[in-house]
Design a binder for this molecule. Structure first.
Ligand code: FMN
Length: 171
């Protein structure tokens, strides 16, 4: 599948089959995460792959009771382990994790798997559940599994290109 096709297929999936993701496939997808770029190639990240159902249940509760989080056979927690500010005033870890997790979403789409970026979760509760050290930060929880429906190209509700691009100057 071409990258463009995977981009068009990827959508936020909030309903998963009771079907495990084979560990070999999961680790193959994580290989694509590992290849993501990061600021100064620091790779200040850790990923906790949660396949234990009791832990997934706790995570769903910490994520404002978004129940589909526990339905997915795996929840990937993307964690930033060193807080570094880039000279542009943007936090490197947040950007790095976003890129890495997007590699995950696109590889997952290529394999017919669904994902959903979860940003609505309680940071402290989530850290406690996953035994994340105090000075690290969970950037996202990402359920991963087989969707209950086919991933097909769909019309995405997006702003028109003319609304978001300008040549040479913001205005
Ligand atoms: C930073 C971020 C946080 C998000 N948090 C949640 C969330 O907590 N729960 C949820 O159901 N979707 C969440 N989403 C998914 C968005 O709602 C979704 O990406 C958007 O509506 C576009 O739809 P699509 O992903 O299907 O293209 C989040 C997405 C991003 C990028």
């Amino acid at each position: 599948m071409e990258v463009k096709e995977a981009i068009l297929r990827r959508r936020s999936v909030r309903s998963f089959k009771e079907k495990d993701v084979p560990r070999e496939l999961l680790e193959d997808i994580m290989e694509s995460v590992r290849m993501a770029p990061s600021a100064s190639n620091r790779q200040d990240w850790q990923f906790v792959l949660v396949d234990d159902s009791a832990t997934r249940e706790k995570l769903a509760r910490a994520a404002s009771n978004q129940n589909f989080v526990k339905e997915a056979p795996v929840v990937v927690a993307g964690i930033n382990t060193e807080m570094k500010m880039m000279s542009c005033g943007v936090k490197a870890g947040t950007v790095d994790l976003a890129i890495a997790m997007d590699h995950l979403t696109l590889r997952a789409a290529e394999e017919g798997l669904g994902t959903c970026w979860i940003g609505a979760f309680d940071q402290e509760k989530t850290k406690e559940i996953l035994s994340v050290p105090e000075d690290s930060k969970v950037i996202t929880l990402m359920p991963l599994g087989y969707p209950t429906y086919d991933l097909t190209k769909e019309n995405k509700r997006r702003k028109a290109l003319e609304e978001i691009i300008n040549y040479n100057s913001f205005e």
